[in-house]
Write a protein that binds this ligand. Structure first.
Ligand code: ATP
Ligand code: MG
Ligand code: MG
Length: 587
């Protein structure tokens, strides 16, 4: 734990561990599968946290923060983090999302089943218990079936500063409530005709405590329980119960649930009194959700981007989804580093996108192999090559795979009469401070020879078609006396003879403004029109052998990854730009 900076959550956990808050939980009789320990027995896990996604979409960078936080705390404090699907809503959830969420957690470097003792947790596994808990609340006088219309219910709930009005159904007898609730369960009532409500306080200043709905009727099939149920628990009722049944100790969620905490505590206190759950119950703690500039983190809006084809899919490398970030070239370590650096706080704020990119560069810099690539190629012809070296001669050159790690060996490539260079590396008349190719100037072809530019050819439209230079003999890098000729420019290049043609996808931020959709415009109107540019590049031979998902630093250009989907090693090289070498967006 010492490796990470402290924060309010770590302090709470450390205090609970010190005081032994959960060391000897009292067993309340929870159903076998969910109960990890019995009366007075210590839980082998010192703390239990959980990550409870609703399987209604792909996870995004905000979820990554929550995953790193919850799984990270469990790892640091000898605990266990549960992956739990909050699948209490029968209509919106799909198996495809369940699978993608499992993949995302594993990819981020965590597992929910380290000891192979327990599979996934699913909220819907607790529907029987939740029903029993609801009947218990009715029997104890804490819940009633309300048959007001939804409109009446809304009107009677009151408002901020205006107390609500008791429902005429609030004083029903326990027997009548039980009968009506069972009628709800047995499918005798139509959707929307009745709900079960907790009986708390219609005058509470916290509107969430004004007799919140805990069960509603929905004649809908559920992907796990099929047509067994036609009533489903509300999230606010289900969630505390899920936490309690799994013996969660610290239930960490985002700030918007702060107003729900009193109900969370109210409910678990009642169920504890009834001996239905272990005590002390879990406690809820809130932290500020991640807001990242230039990025959308609403599942609904992300789905809209996919459905309306503004991007190629959930895993488009411009998407902030975990599958998108992964395809873009982000690493699990970079996302963990990012999560550690931003920490947790109690106040909402915006994190600058560059924080994410810096974490990525810090992770990739020591790892990524270097390579040369020419993204906007034009030919450089060495006019005296044949005369000096012999026609068709190719001169082997090499460079370190990584500049700070000689053990990783060297990459080899050929210098010859024709080389690919960047179009922008030549000027007829050099602007001030331009040290690259212009007639009369000498430059070093990196890891190769010094050449002196002699001229260039343009087509009828004025576009550059070829640059010419003369080789300066005896200047090959790494040979004695090579540095005798002093030059200011160092040019990256790829040999025409051994260079490999590659598709390179130059990605930029998907949105042109820091807070898309925050102003008067719809977020879709703020899409960056230049977020993708596809170019045909030439890359050094080592890149022709790259494996899908392998990351590189293209010298001068930034970090690139061989596309997970479209790159075929040795056949069809496709690289995605992950990020530039330094923060340059908008500059
Ligand atoms: P969305 O609003 O995008 O639909 P959600 O919160 O409804 O997201 P869930 O599947 O319920 O999605 O989220 C699972 C967990 O991830 C929750 O505990 C939630 O608090 C957390 N989470 C979601 N978005 C963020 C975010 N931007 N920053 C931090 N945590 C988040
Ligand atoms: Mg949610
Ligand atoms: Mg949401």
């Amino acid at each position: 734990p010492a490796a990470r900076p402290s924060n309010f959550l770590r302090q709470v956990i450390e205090r609970d561990l010190e005081q032994g808050t959960y060391a000897r939980r009292q067993w309340g009789g929870t159903p076998g599968d969910a109960a990890h320990h019995h009366h007075g027995e210590a839980d082998p896990a010192k703390i239990r946290t959980r990550f409870p996604p609703e399987p209604n979409g792909y996870l995004h960078v905000g979820h990554a923060k929550s995953i790193c936080l919850n799984f990270g705390l469990a790892l640091d404090y000898g605990g266990i983090c549960h992956l739990r699907f909050d699948d209490t809503n029968p209509e919106k959830e799909e198996i495809e999302y369940v699978e993608s969420i499992k993949d995302a957690v594993l990819w981020l470097g965590y597992t929910w089943d380290a000891n192979r003792t327990r599979h996934l947790y699913q909220a819907s596994d607790y529907f029987d218990f939740m029903y029993r808990a609801a009947e218990y609340l009715i029997e104890a006088g804490h819940a009633y079936v309300d048959e007001q219309t939804p409109e009446q219910m809304r009107a009677n709930r009151g408002d901020f500063g205006k107390p609500g009005v008791d429902s005429p159904f609030r004083s029903r007898s326990i027997e009548e409530n039980l009968t009506r609730f069972r009628a709800m369960r047995d499918g005798e009532l139509a959707d929307g005709s009745a709900v079960l409500r907790a009986k708390i306080d219609m005058a509470s200043p916290n509107i969430n405590m004004r007799d919140p709905t805990i069960y509603r009727i929905k004649h809908a099939e559920h992907h796990n329980t099929g047509d067994k149920w036609c009533i489903y628990p509300m999230y606010t009722f289900a969630h505390p119960i899920e936490d309690a049944l799994e013996n969660i100790t610290h239930s960490i969620c985002t700030l918007e649930f702060e107003d729900q905490r009193p109900f969370y505590d109210w409910l678990l206190e009642r169920l504890g009194e009834g001996g239905l759950i272990n005590t002390p119950p879990p406690r809820q703690y809130e932290f500020a959700r991640l807001n990242l500039t230039y990025v959308i983190t609403s599942k609904r809006k992300l789905k809209q981007l996919v459905d309306e084809k503004h991007v190629s899919g959930w895993d488009d490398p411009r998407m902030p989804t975990i599958v998108g970030l992964r395809r873009r070239g982000y690493t699990p370590q970079a996302l963990q580093l990012f999560a550690d650096r931003i920490g947790v706080s109690k106040a909402d704020s915006w994190i600058d996108y560059s924080t994410l990119e810096i974490a990525l560069r810090d992770d990739l810099d020591p790892k990524a192999a270097r390579a040369m690539a020419v993204l906007d190629p034009v030919k450089l012809v060495i006019t005296n090559w044949d005369e000096l070296m012999g026609a068709g001669h190719l001169e082997p050159c090499s460079a370190p795979v990584h500049p700070h790690d000689a053990a990783r060996g060297r990459r080899e490539f050929m210098f010859g009469r024709e080389l690919w260079i960047e179009r922008t590396d030549y000027e007829d008349t050099p602007p001030k401070g331009f040290f690259r190719l212009f007639p009369g100037n000498k430059v070093r072809m990196k890891y190769g020879y010094v050449v002196e530019c002699v001229g260039a050819t343009r087509d009828a439209s004025g576009a550059l078609t070829e640059v010419q230079a003369k080789l300066v003999p005896d200047t090959r890098s790494g040979t004695p006396g090579a540095d005798a000729v002093k030059v200011k420019g160092n040019i990256t290049w790829v040999g025409v003879a051994d260079g490999v043609k590659a598709e390179v996808r130059l990605y930029d931020r998907l949105f042109a403004v820091p807070q898309p959709g925050a102003g008067a415009k719809d977020f879709l109107e703020e899409i960056n029109p230049d977020s993708l540019k596809v170019v045909t590049a030439y890359v050094e031979p080592s890149l022709g052998r790259a494996q899908a998902d392998e990351k590189f630093q293209f010298e001068r250009h930034g970090y690139f990854v061989a596309d997970r989907k479209d790159h075929v090693a040795g056949e069809k090289p496709v690289f995605n730009r992950v990020t530039g070498l330094k923060d340059s967006f908008g500059k």
